[in-house]
Design a protein around this ligand. Structure first.
Ligand code: ATP
Ligand code: MG
Length: 179
């Protein structure tokens, strides 16, 4: 393998399942290479996610996952809830410092695209931080509807396309697959 390392900006977006788990899969690979990983979750889900326990098994020196969202966001309302905005702001301050600080080899901004598309975070701030990131740091941004300016500054963009989802057959979220 060539040894010219370059930190990549990676976007996993689109309506199909697999965005967050693709980021976790990359983390799994990176940890094996001795890299340090941070995942900041902008929107915390309502389940207890298996990956939080996997993290504890691996140890905080290898991977940290920080759920910094409120668990749900009211959709379809015109203005986002101020409490959601405050939590996104806090998560963003923490995440952007973690990126520019260079302490982590890989920083995952889980569901950050969602925070941007619901107007809780200005995409210009995200792009500014990505431009300022230390050369070697890899950043993964997940969530549907990635903002065009973020797609523009990324090196790798994958759009998950829904072909089938068990939800269509009325099969509910499965332990170990969805959470
Ligand atoms: P995962 O965390 O499983 O990789 P994701 O990050 O691509 O999924 P999100 O948009 O973050 O998906 O949504 C999280 C939850 O919604 C997951 O439980 C996932 O299974 C479910 N989900 C994702 N895509 C679909 C879909 N196309 N139809 C129904 N449910 C979906
Ligand atoms: Mg996700």
């Amino acid at each position: 393998m060539p040894e010219t390392r370059k930190g990549l900006i990676i976007v996993f977006t689109g309506p199909g399942k697999g965005k967050t788990t693709a980021a976790l899969g990359t983390a799994f690979r990176a940890i094996g290479q001795g890299m340090k990983v941070l995942m900041v979750q902008f929107i915390k889900g309502s389940w207890h996610y298996g990956e939080l326990d996997t993290c504890r098994m691996l140890g905080e020196d290898k991977i940290r996952i920080l759920p910094m969202g409120r668990g749900f966001v009211k959709v379809g309302v015109e203005k986002p809830d101020q409490e959601d905005v405050r939590m996104v702001e806090e998560a963003w301050k923490f995440a952007s410092q973690a990126i520019t600080g260079g302490e982590y080899d890989l920083v995952i901004l889980d569901e950050v695209n969602y925070a941007v598309s619901y107007k809780m975070l200005d995409p210009a701030r995200v792009v500014e931080t990505l431009r300022q990131k230390p050369e070697m740091v890899h950043v993964i941004l997940t969530g549907r509807n990635a903002h065009p300016s973020i797609v523009e500054c990324a090196d790798l963009v994958t759009e998950m396309r829904e072909v089938k989802h068990p939800y269509q057959k009325g099969i509910l979220a499965q332990r170990g697959i969805e959470y």
